[in-house]
Design a protein around this ligand. Structure first.
Ligand SMILES: [Zn+2]
Length: 221
């Protein structure tokens, strides 16, 4: 039987057979507060639906999904595999349940900051992944370089490597210049200002110079 728990900031929709619901609820509240503390804004109430099989997940998504997809946000609502089946229905370990929730909830906050836009993709995906990494520098094993043509990719061309490059650039912008500047950048984009002008105004550097310095920061040559 489907149950609904009202957590004020969201409705948690789950199965009455879910034995991990207290753990899931605790992680959800933490993931929400982590994002709220970062963005310092409120977002409209949303739904989180916990699913228990890839079949159920695909039905809501609308087509087949690969096993690295563990959650998604659609129409301001989040769908995620339960903690209990997370390591069976996805390629990730159970610990990633928390990271996936932080990532998806960050998208909701980003949309609110940005007025229902996702772009630029490097910023929305890079920020969500940076938050997922607990605001810490992530040690990517493969050889990566921040390049403008990767940062400018559209959703259709994105690979796992694109996500990693997006995250490296966001890591550099936040860890080197602080959290306020990136929030100002997003607010500027909401007002319709151009990215290049915002970089110059907020970071006192051009987009190209920031990419170059970002690679130096990550010791990428
Ligand atoms: Zn994402």
């Amino acid at each position: 039987m489907e149950k609904k728990l009202n957590l004020n900031f969201c409705n948690l929709i789950y199965s009455s057979n879910d034995r991990n619901i207290n753990h899931e609820k605790k992680i959800l509240i933490e993931a929400y507060n982590f994002n709220k503390d970062f963005t310092k804004i409120e977002i409209p109430k949303f739904d989180i639906k916990i699913v228990y099989s890839r079949k159920e997940f695909n039905e809501i998504w609308g087509s087949k999904t690969p096993n690295y997809v563990s959650a998604f946000t659609k129409d301001d609502n989040i769908v995620i595999f339960s903690y209990g089946v997370f390591d069976k229905e996805t390629k990730w370990e159970k610990e990633k349940f928390q990271e996936a929730l932080i990532h998806e909830i960050n998208h909701l906050f980003y949309q609110e900051l940005r007025d229902d836009e996702y772009d630029p993709l490097w910023l929305s995906e890079g920020l969500a992944t940076f938050m997922q990494h607990d605001k810490k520098k992530f040690n990517y094993k493969n050889k990566l370089k921040i390049k403008k043509e990767i940062l400018n990719q559209y959703f259709e061309d994105m690979t796992i490597e694109s996500y990693q490059v997006f995250t490296l650039f966001v890591e550099y912008l936040i860890l080197e210049f602080g959290e306020d500047k990136i929030l100002n950048l997003i607010r500027g984009l909401k007002k319709g200002k151009k990215l290049n002008n915002l970089f110059q105004k907020i970071y006192k550097k051009s987009f190209d110079k920031l990419i170059e310095n970002g690679n130096r920061y990550h010791k990428i040559t």
